[in-house]
Write a protein that binds this ligand. Structure first.
Ligand SMILES: NC(=O)c1ccc[n+]([C@@H]2O[C@H](COP(=O)([O-])OP(=O)(O)OC[C@H]3O[C@@H](n4cnc5c(N)ncnc54)[C@H](OP(=O)(O)O)[C@@H]3O)[C@@H](O)[C@H]2O)c1
Length: 323
């Protein structure tokens, strides 16, 4: 497995990161452990999670994915030091007015809870999950900087930030001499390009920010397992989310998928492997965060590492998916 520096930092991350949004949702604990074991054995050294994962399930308080990872670390304490453990703060974790957001108050309480669930005394990469318009950026960065100085957090990153907000954050860190973001977790894949490529990509390339995109397979759309005239497989993301249905109605997404499938046929690879390889070949991308729900999907996703795309393949994909 190839490892790359995370933005302007010295820490090395694997080309694929293991996302865990599916843990406790579409993957039970036993399967999640098996996926964690196999990903580790394959050389993946980044585990990405968030405090809010599986809070969208009715009656679920959140923290489920973090707890599963914590149990896995307790079973495998020797693996903790090798892992870049990335989690996130911002989402609502209780009913009170300060149980969400990026205030100093919420960050300090959220980090305590995440550390307990994860069964560790430090987080490698603490990410703000999405912006909080109600909190000055200086307050958020100062709280994160204090966590870094205390050793509870090693690096900080952001997710779902626009280019101007990321620049504002970087300038604030510089002006106030606070720890800076080293990574951005954007929504980026072959059918969702413009949001990242319009301005964020250049910010990442010019300001030492490592991009670690989420939803690299557009939630499963780019695996080619969905068709407009067929009901989605039972229990799949497509059966639970409107996002896949929207792609199935969008002509550019459908024609992009056709190109992905055609190149997959030519290269004797799966469509997901082509889509992942395209993403990790993009200039600002350091690592793509995959979200396999079982060992079979993990194995398929890992297969992207042995795909070689020619300049012509890249051009077909780039031109075909451009909007
Ligand atoms: N920062 C954020 O706001 C944010 C948002 C979303 C995700 N994330 C992170 O990014 C990670 C990845 O996101 P994602 O899960 O949306 O990634 P994705 O790769 O776009 O979608 C993963 C899903 O696609 C399906 N799939 C994958 N490989 C397959 C295969 N070979 N055959 C058939 N189906 C396959 C599975 O869904 P089925 O259940 O249908 O099988 C799987 O759970 C998450 O785990 C999380 O850590 C972050």
């Amino acid at each position: 497995m190839e490892h790359r520096s995370l933005g302007g930092s010295g820490v090395k991350v694997s080309l694929l990161s293991l996302g865990t949004m599916q843990f406790g949702w579409t993957a039970d604990e036993k399967t999640s452990f098996a996926v964690l074991d196999a990903a580790y054995d394959a050389g993946i050294n980044v585990i990405d999670t968030a405090d809010i994962y599986s809070r969208w399930i009715e009656g679920n308080p959140g923290g489920v994915a973090e707890s599963i990872i914590g149990k896995w670390f307790r079973k495998n304490p020797e693996k903790r030091a090798q892992i870049i453990l990335a989690t996130k703060v911002r989402g609502r974790m209780g009913e009170g007015p300060n149980d969400e957001g990026l205030s100093r108050k919420h960050i300090f309480s959220a980090v305590d809870h995440s550390l307990k669930r994860l069964g560790t005394d430090y987080i490698d990469l603490y990410q703000v999950h999405w912006p909080d318009e109600g909190t000055p950026i200086e307050e958020t960065l100062r709280a994160l900087d204090d966590l870094v100085r205390e050793g509870r957090v090693l690096y900080i990153g952001c997710s779902n930030y626009s280019a101007w907000r990321l620049m504002e954050s970087l300038w604030t860190s510089e002006r106030c001499r606070l720890t800076s973001f080293v990574s951005l977790q954007p929504h980026y894949n072959l059918v969702h390009r413009a949001e990242f490529e319009r301005e964020l990509e250049d910010v990442c390339l010019n300001f030492g920010i490592g991009a670690i995109p989420y939803s690299p397979l557009a939630g499963g759309f780019l695996t080619g397992k969905y068709a407009s005239n067929q009901a989605p497989p039972e229990g799949s993301r497509g059966a639970m989310s409107d996002r896949i249905q929207a792609y199935l109605k969008d002509p550019t997404s459908l024609s992009t998928l056709e190109i992905v499938k055609q190149i997959a046929l030519e290269r004797e690879k799966s469509p997901s492997q082509i889509a992942l390889r395209w993403l990790i070949s993009r200039p600002a991308v350091v690592s793509a965060i995959i979200g396999p729900r079982d060992l079979e999907q993990l194995e398929d996703n890992l297969g992207c590492l042995s795909v070689e795309l020619t300049d012509e393949d890249m051009e077909r994909l780039d031109e075909g998916s451009a909007r």
